[in-house]
Design a protein around this ligand. Structure first.
Ligand code: URA
Length: 239
């Protein structure tokens, strides 16, 4: 593929901007400046430098972000900062989208990709991919709360009661629950329907990926990492 085209589809700007970067000698491959924008370059395993920063060619890109509170999952936030401001602009330029959304005040694991099929797959309720949440409760949790969540609660826009896949108390006012549904405010609404109130919400896991473990072991709040093929396999429940 032509070098200018590679840079363009990896998020380095318009064709013209990418051509300029190359002509200005800002692009190196194997330590060597390539100043011909039309140079044919093999993309498999390609590592290149732009303005001294190393990048790996990725046909599609998959990212995990530890979302802090106070960021909106929107490209055009009205009143707050956007989660996209936490990603490098090359990824935003590639038009990565979040897989579902977390509320402004929710923290935790948020995935992004520019692979539409991947996003669709992970968002499909048919795939039954569990998401694990930790909620701080306004009142002490009870056995009854857990039983109600596991039995299923009525939500206004759902035809059938919605059950948690798992639910347990980690402390008097700390609930951990998992669901495979991705709906607006779903955890907060489920807990409210079961008779308590979520004061703080954190998503700790998505499929087999968990903050603080495996590839996400050292991901700190506000940080992001690329997910590699083996990491993506962990997302799906074992068949
Ligand atoms: N459920 C909620 O209520 N809020 C979130 O951010 C995610 C799930």
């Amino acid at each position: 593929m032509k070098l200018e085209r590679i840079l363009q589809n990896q998020g380095f700007g318009s064709r013209r901007q990418c051509r300029q970067l190359v002509e200005l000698g800002e692009v190196r491959i194997g330590g060597e400046v390539i100043d011909n924008p039309g140079a044919e370059i093999a993309t498999a395993g390609l590592v290149y430098e732009v303005e001294g920063e190393a990048w790996t060619y990725r046909e599609k890109t998959y990212v995990a972000l530890y979302k802090p509170a106070g960021y909106e999952c929107s490209h055009e936030p009205k009143h707050h900062r956007t989660v996209y401001s936490l990603l490098p602009h090359q990824l935003v330029e590639r038009n990565v989208q979040s897989v579902g959304r977390l509320d402004l005040d929710t923290t935790g694991l948020l995935l992004f990709s520019d692979d539409g099929a991947f996003i669709h797959n992970l968002s499909s309720p048919k795939k039954h991919i569990p998401k694990v949440y930790r909620a701080e409760l306004a009142e002490d949790g009870t056995d009854e709360l857990i039983e109600r969540l596991l039995a299923g609660v009525d939500l206004i826009d759902e035809p059938l009661p919605v059950p948690a896949l798992t639910a347990r108390l980690l402390a008097e006012r700390s609930l951990e629950m998992s669901i495979d549904l991705g709906k607006y405010h779903v955890v907060k609404r489920m807990v409210a329907a079961a008779g308590n109130h979520v004061e703080k919400l954190h998503r700790n896991g998505f499929g087999g990926l968990t903050l603080g473990e495996g590839p996400l072991a050292s991901l700190a709040e506000g940080e992001w990492i690329y997910l590699e093929e083996a990491d993506l396999q962990q997302l799906y429940p074992a068949a």
